[in-house]
Every structure is written in C-alpha cells, then in structure tokens.
Design a protein around this ligand. Structure first.
Ligand code: 6PG
Length: 479
C-alpha cells in the first residue's frame, strides 16, 4: 500500500513524550499521524500497542518524508542536544520550501535561534515549540508554546490546538513570538516551576519541623489549600506524594526518598539568562541553588558535625498553618512577578512581541505550573498590559499587603527555628526592596565612586558627579 503524502503531521522520536503526543494527535479528528523512530522496533511496538491510532509507520526517514502531505510538518521529539541537529539535517535534506520542522524538546532557545537561522536560506520553517505537561500532559493535552514564523503557525496552529489542553474553553497554545521565543517562554515556565516547587518544599518543611505535623496531616493541609487561591497542579501532586506510604517499609514515602534534588538544566538557563538581562529572578535562583546545595552530601555532613547545637523549633499558635499559606501565596506572587519580568526583558532584547496575558492564559491548563492564580495574572495584564511589575496590579498589591504580617512572621520563625527558607526569605526581601523609599544602593554607589571613580548621580540635581576622595573631597561635575 502506498502511504504517499497522507499524514498532516509526523512525529520523530517515540520515547514516552513522543509516543504520547503522537497518540494524542492521532486521537483528534482530522489528523493522520506518521511516526518514525531511529530504532524501528520501537515504532512497531507503538503500532502494536495502539492499533486504534491508525499511525502511518515509516521505517526510513525517506519513507517518513514521503508519507507527509504538503506542507510537510514534522515534530521532532528527541532528547535535546546533538540528536536534534542530526534529525534536523536529515529532514532538511529532504524537505522543500514551505515545509515545517518543529522541535518539541526542551532546547535552549539560543540553539533554536541558531537553527532557524541555519535553515532560513532553504525556505523551510523551523519552529521551536515548548511543550509542558510531562507524559500525562502529552497524552491528554499539554500547554504548547510555539515560536517560529507567523506563516508556519497558519499550518501548525490548528494541529497544535487540536491536542493542547483546554482552559476556560480556550486551547492552551498561542504563537508566542518568532524564532526562539517558544523555547524562551518554556524556559521561563520551567524557572517558575523551580521556584514554585521550592516554595512548596519550604512550606512542607515548616509545617513538619515547626508545626509538628506528620506527612499525612500535611497532605490534608495541601489538599485543603488546593480548594482555595493556592489551587494548582503542584499543590495537588504534593498532597498525593505526602499521602503516599512506601509499600516496602510502610513508612511515609517522603521519608524514604533521599533528600537530594536533581535537575536537567532549564532552571540554570533561566537564571543565567536573567542575570545577563539584569533581571533579579532571586526566587528561581534560590530554587536552583537549593537543589545544588541538597546534592552536596559531604558539605552537609561536615557542617552537621561542626555546627553549633540546632535551635529548637519555635512554639507556634493555631494560626500557623494559615500563616504558612499566606507566606506561600505572597512568595509565589513575587516568584511569578520575577518570571514575568524576565519574559518582558527577553522580549525586548530579542525583539519578540510576547503578549504576557496570553502566556498566562496558555499556562492555565496542561502545564506543570497550571494554577487558578494564572487567571488573575491574565486579568492583570488584560487590565493594564503596561504593568511595570505584577506586584503593581491592584489584586496582587492587595494580596501581598494582606499577607504581609503572616509572611514576616513565618520568615522570622523559620530563621529562629533553624529551618532554611531561602525562597520565602528572598521573596520577602525582593518585595521590601521594591517597596523601600531608599535603598543602600546609595552606599554601594558611593563606595564605587570612592575606590574606582565610578561616579554617581545626586538626588537633588541632574548630572553625573565624582568626589575627589583622595584629594580635598570636593565634588567634580563629570557631565
Ligand atoms: C514540563 C516540565 C518538563 C520537565 C522539566 C524537569 O513543563 O513538562 O518542566 O519539561 O519535567 O524540565 O526539569 P528538571 O529535571 O530540571 O527538574
């Protein structure tokens, strides 16, 4: 049987994410899905396990390309890195102008920009698409963040919309911007994911160490929070994890998991890029550092041995659980505000027209950071697209102000109890720094002028000045 040109989309790379996305695509009316994997046995396994998908299987890359209808659209779902380039080269050698190559992996957006440039002269569209939601999301509906040309989105938009999660009746996909914008936005999503997970971890630690609650009781607390303003996928799965009992030992599962967190790099990229853009994403940075610190067993053992006696947990009252919830909420507001600041700065630097309200909307469903909260962010940007920070939006300004006393109390309690809470603490410092009438940056700038003649500006008149510190300490006008 000839399979020439019948599939409107093809998927290359059939590990779990690729297979699940292919199955999701095939389950939607109007899609015929070609599939290809370097090892053909995996393709055959997928076909055998899911005959209902009606896949067009291709053993060779030539057969795969031949099975695609024009414009040919191929979604690459291989491990980010060198493998991606090899597949792009194979497709580019066979595709024609107008055809579309989509990289759905967690690529670095700078690589995506370079790859698009590399293909530009061929007329083939290269699209970097962030896809969030893990294995389950890929199968049931992820949040999708495609970049690339607007022209490619005319073909791609309906296909991606057919498989994306739906939130409030809207598919969680939008053309986020050109070239690497999709992977940039996915990177920021992951950075926020890191911060959110860290904050939840700190809340758990406080409830356990200071509040004295057992994992099962904390699971109930999180389940309760998941019915209010904190409602989110990460809160929901936290309740499930804490509820789980290890079948081998019959102790709470959380107590048999080694307390060292890994990472695959997107959090680090977010912080590196934010540093280069001059955007303080301290919540994301603290989350990255907290994972790194956890994975230093030798240092931890050494300081455990040499540290002074540990403080006893503070005594807390009945409002403690509610106060932790407020501190968590306020810290989350700051972490998301920082993530959106990085989006703004990236869009400006790379010339992307990123609609932050739309981004908040497509993160409401399917992705790891999906949360009730994102509706509020979308509303804030709809009301005022020019917000200088989310913290300025009336809803968030009020929410953070209301949480303030509890937030300060929790950060102080954590410090006095010896519970590390870098996420809560740095979020509060970020807020306080923005809210301060005067920052010690004045002193830092004066020091810079003292030892390096780096100049300063004055509060009372225009211009740039330098004090002759090693001379008569008179002031010179520099410009
Ligand atoms: C998603 C996740 C996904 C992946 C993270 C994990 O949006 O579906 O973010 O992309 O699980 O990259 O990142 P770490 O391994 O770095 O924690």
């Amino acid at each position: 049987m000839s399979t020439r040109g019948i599939a409107n989309i093809g998927v290359i790379g059939l590990a779990v994410m690729g297979s699940n996305l292919a199955r999701n695509l095939a389950s939607r009316p109007g899609n015929t899905v070609a599939v290809h994997n370097r090892t053909h046995a995996r393709t055959q396994e997928l076909l055998a396990a899911h005959p209902e998908s009606g896949f067009v299987a291709a053993e060779s890359i030539d057969a795969f390309v031949a099975s695609l209808a024009r414009p040919r659209t191929a979604l690459i779902m291989v491990q980010a890195g060198a493998g991606t380039d090899a597949v792009i080269d194979q497709l580019a050698a066979r595709f024609e102008p107008g055809d579309i190559i989509v990289d759905g992996g967690n690529a670095n957006f700078q690589d995506t920009i370079a790859r698009e440039q590399r293909l530009a002269h061929t007329g083939i569209h290269f699209v970097g698409a962030g896809i969030s939601g893990g294995e389950e999301g890929a199968l049931r509906g992820p949040s999708i963040m495609p970049g690339g040309s607007a022209e490619s989105y005319e073909t791609l938009g309906p296909i991606l919309s057919s498989v994306a999660a739906v939130a409030e009746g809207e598919p969680c996909v939008t053309h986020v911007g050109t070239d690497g914008a999709g992977h940039f936005v996915k990177m920021i999503h992951n950075g926020i994911e890191y911060a959110d997970m860290q904050l939840i971890g700190e809340a758990y630690d406080l409830l356990r160490t200071v509040g004295g609650l057992e994992p099962r009781a904390i699971a109930e607390v999180f389940a309760g929070w998941n019915t209010g303003p904190l409602e989110s996928y990460l809160i929901e799965i936290t309740a499930e994890v804490l509820h789980h009992v290890d079948p081998a030992t019959d102790v709470p599962f959380i107590d048999v998991v080694l307390d060292q967190a890994g990472s695959k790099g997107t959090g680090v990229w977010t912080v590196q890029n934010a540093l280069a853009l001059g955007v303080p994403v301290s919540g994301i940075a603290e989350a990255v550092f907290a994972r790194a610190l956890s994975a230093q067993p030798a240092q931890r053992a050494a300081v455990r041995r040499t540290a002074a006696s540990r403080p006893a947990p503070q005594t807390v009252g009945p409002a403690f659980v509610e106060d932790v919830a407020k501190a968590l909420y306020a810290s989350k507001v700051v972490a998301y505000a920082q993530g959106f600041d990085a989006l703004t700065a990236g869009a400006e630097k790379y010339g992307w027209d990123i609609d932050k309200g739309r981004i908040a909307k497509i993160w409401r469903g399917g992705c790891i950071i999906r949360a009730r909260f994102l509706d509020r962010i979308a509303e804030a940007y709809a009301e005022n697209p020019g917000l200088s920070t989310l913290l300025e939006a009336p809803y968030f300004a009020d929410a953070v102000a209301d949480a303030q006393d509890a937030w300060r109390g929790i950060v102080a309690t954590a410090a006095l109890s010896g519970v590390p809470a870098p996420g809560f603490g740095s979020a509060l410092s970020h807020y306080d720094a923005l809210a301060s009438h005067r920052l010690p940056a004045a002193l830092v700038q004066a020091q810079r002028d003292f030892f390096g003649a780096h100049t300063y500006r004055r509060t009372d008149r225009e211009g740039t000045f330098h004090t002759l510190w090693s001379g008569d300490r008179s002031e010179a006008v520099v410009e």
